[in-house]
Design a protein around this ligand. Structure first.
Ligand code: HEM
Length: 265
């Protein structure tokens, strides 16, 4: 199963051009959803106004080289390893899901644009394998997060099956990866009927995932890197986003703080 290219099998019934048009449609939906989200929440306007205000209280002006160094360090640490999530399960689950999703999307694009004709023999094994591994990693990281680590369940003692709007992103992402895998499994065993059902579910979950950007947390993957760069630049030029400097008093919270990790928000 892991080395079959489901898109080349699909080309028996759907022309590759239609699959490519679908990918473009998904990209347009993401751009539209993010732009409408930015206009509605005014978050980017606030972000730039705040950065401009903070610049006035900068203690030093950074050279181009210093700015580049801050940005490179932020990309390498805060963005590529999602350092904000600290050391532990939350970060491990996120990295698994994030890199899984990147692999899944990247290999989908390569398979659809380069190897979606009926001539599946020419598909190099690498891309279908990456597609399946990406989907599996997305499911492992995503289900781990959704079932055990998300704040409602981990800290607020809500049952795992309680679904709220904030779950739209993670659930549609999980649905897309899971239905993709089951569709490929049905194709590999030649289970007629079920393969079409899971293909339709795969399409619907992608429409919800990419069409739901305005209502979901999808756009955090663009906002978070921008915010991390701004925060580290503000740290380096001394403006600290107009926040007070950290206290240099010793951290004395008493012994009670060690009794239980803080998790009741
Ligand atoms: C392809 C890229 C990415 C994917 C697929 C992805 C996926 C996810 C998912 C599924 C969640 C859980 C959402 C929820 O609360 O329901 C999440 C949360 C989060 N993501 Fe990402 N993410 C990506 C990129 C990033 C980047 C680049 C950063 C930071 C620089 C980031 C930081 C975070 C943070 C801080 C959370 C909150 C986690 C928590 O509540 O424990 N993500 N992400």
């Amino acid at each position: 199963m892991i080395n079959i290219n489901p898109f080349s099998q699909l080309s028996n019934s759907i022309p590759p051009q239609a699959m490519q048009a679908f990918v473009f449609l998904m990209i347009i939906l993401v751009v539209l959803g993010t732009v409408v989200d930015m206009i509605h929440k005014k978050n980017v306007r606030y972000f730039f106004e705040n950065a401009k205000k903070a610049k006035k209280s900068a203690k030093k002006s950074l050279t181009k080289g210093e700015k580049t160094s801050v940005i490179v360090k932020t990309v390498a640490n805060d963005i590529l390893t999602t350092a904000e999530l600290g050391a532990g399960k939350r970060r491990a689950a996120h990295l698994l899901g994030m890199y899984g999703t990147i692999l899944f999307w990247l290999s989908s694009v390569v398979l659809i644009f380069c190897y979606s004709s009926t001539n599946s023999v020419t598909t190099p094994n690498l891309w279908p394998i990456l597609w399946h591994i990406g989907a599996i990693m997305t499911c492992l990281g995503g289900f781990w997060f959704w079932l055990f680590l998300r704040v409602d369940v981990y800290s607020e003692a809500h049952p795992w099956y309680r679904i709220v709007q904030a779950d739209l992103f993670v659930l549609s992402l999980l649905a897309s990866a899971s239905f993709g895998l089951i569709w490929s499994f049905c194709l590999s065993l030649n289970i007629k009927g079920l393969d079409n059902l899971f293909f339709i579910l795969f399409i619907v979950s992608n429409l919800v995932l990419f069409g739901g950007v305005y209502w979901s947390k999808f756009a955090h993957m663009f906002y978070k890197p921008g915010a991390a760069i701004q925060k580290n630049l503000a740290e380096a030029d001394g403006s600290r986003d107009n926040l007070p400097p950290p206290s240099d008093a010793p951290e004395q919270f008493g012994l009670g703080i060690k009794r239980e990790v803080p998790k009741h928000y």
